[in-house]
Design a protein around this ligand. Sequence first.
Ligand code: PLP
Length: 384
Amino acid sequence: MSALFSNYGRRDLQIESGSGSKLTDHAGKSYLDFTSGIGVCNLGHVHPAVTAAVENQLKKVWHTSNLFQSDLQEETAELLVKPTHLNKVFFCNSGAEANEAAIKLARKFTGKTKIITFEQSFHGRTYGAMAATGQDKIKKGFGPMLADFQTVPFNDFDSLIKYADSQTAAVMIEVVQGEGGVIPGNESFLQRVQHHCNDHDILLIIDEVQTGIGRTGKAFAFQHYGLKPDIVTSAKGLGNGFPVGAVLGTEEVSTAFGPGSHGTTFGGNPLAMAAASAVLKEVFSDVFLDEVMKKSAFLIEELQKELSPCTEVLEVRGLGLMAGIEFSHKAAPLIQELQNDGLLALPAGECVLRLLPPLNMSYEELAEGVKKISKAVKKKSILV
Ligand SMILES: Cc1ncc(COP(=O)(O)O)c(C=O)c1O
């Protein structure tokens, strides 16, 4: 019997090692990884620069606490905000924690309590992040929720303005809903949300836990649409597998977090900062991000070409290297079929196959993945 809680529905597969876009299981079978550890290992597994940075830090000091100055935190924060209009960073350890801090910051800064979020959204499993999440199945059995969260339909501006009032502290949104089904926000919707927030003293919080750190071909996904959020949350790809999260904010909102107002023991840990700064030096470059966009165009085009004859494929969509294939049936059997054939992929919602390959996956590997997906879908189309 396992000594672990059974809160994860684990697959019957144990990974032994990884290198680049490949993983190897304990029986020696190799897999092409289109999961990146759920959008985490954006530079692939055991990336040499990140590994060297962590190894170097391992020999110096592991943990010092936030009682002391940290050049490593300062440097990593500067790298993180550099491509944005934001200028302050709070480091934590995960996406949920980053969102939790963002919610606290928005309430404290505005003195207001209401937060508007969206159906199908996912913001994490802590109480604030869970209350913000627009999926009943995530909240089931854990009530009562934290008060004053209102969930409205995504991409529907009229519903949003029905609920936004003088007590609204913030709108919290994913530019592309990840867990909810790889659903991109409409450009005009996102821009109207931004304008409404500006005009009504409502803060805009963008959850970039999944979409950030180059995943969509920009440093952060909000940059595709010229948005100017007050607060951005980040985690997943920030440490390429080393646990680290962050809240980015304007100078103005950051003033609400004065000394003693918020904190965490491990936030900004030297090992996490070594990993994150190595990641940011690689990912936040125009050359790297342009290549992500080229690979994205290649992947989406190849998927559309291969899957267009399949009637059960309803849509191929995405932004950057965050792709979703929506089916008229559940995605789970396909994921198993792909695993058998040496490709690891993810679900998003019930009927969407989600692809989050490492951002530096080669064109050959992307093409090999598309072939495997096409083969599995066509095999399934015989079955369904
Ligand atoms: C958009 C988004 N926000 C928040 C989270 C929660 O992050 P974590 O699991 O690191 O707490 C996730 C995780 O999937 C996510 O996709």
